[in-house]
Ligand binder design. Structure first.
Ligand code: 5GP
Length: 139
């Protein structure tokens, strides 16, 4: 048995599906942080972004890109926060990769994405150079 999201894809549990194509599906979050809070997922089950193959990643982003303006417009939002909790340590609870589209409104009391991490580290220029080189060497 797959995750709760695979059960939604299979029609075994209900969801308010707002968009579907061959490889991706989007539905309203059952516990919305704002009106219109939408989740976009690949139909194939991958736990994290890190596990998603290139072609699925392309499809996933295309669906996010298509939905963001329509979700915002549907609830008359001023903006949106678009994010993945990518892994348990980042707060991911459902182990089926999903993108949150959270509509945002002027004065809604929420914070920017900068508010989600812990205390900001104090990194030296050398440390920043090393990190940048390490990432660059891997991609
Ligand atoms: P995560 O913390 O894994 O990034 O977010 C999982 C999200 O899935 C949560 O926002 C939660 O409200 C939503 N969710 C969990 N179970 C269900 C469900 O059965 N149906 C729908 N539509 N959303 C769900």
């Amino acid at each position: 048995m797959g995750t709760i999201f695979s059960q939604i894809i299979d029609g075994d549990i209900p969801a308010r599906i707002v968009y579907e194509n061959e490889t991706t599906i989007a539905f309203l979050d059952a516990n919305p942080l704002a009106p219109g809070h939408t989740l976009v997922i690949p139909k194939e089950e991958y736990e994290r972004l890190n596990d998603v193959p290139d072609d699925v990643a392309t499809d996933l982003y295309a669906t996010v890109h298509r939905l963001v303006p329509e979700v915002e417009a549907s609830v008359d939002a001023d903006a949106s926060t678009v994010a993945f909790n990518n892994g348990e340590a980042a707060g991911q609870e459902v182990p089926h990769v999903h993108c949150h589209i959270v509509p945002r409104f002027e004065g809604d009391g929420g914070g920017p994405i900068h508010a989600v991490a812990g205390d900001a580290p104090d990194l030296s220029d050398d440390e920043l150079d090393d990190i940048a080189e390490e990432i660059d060497s891997r991609v």
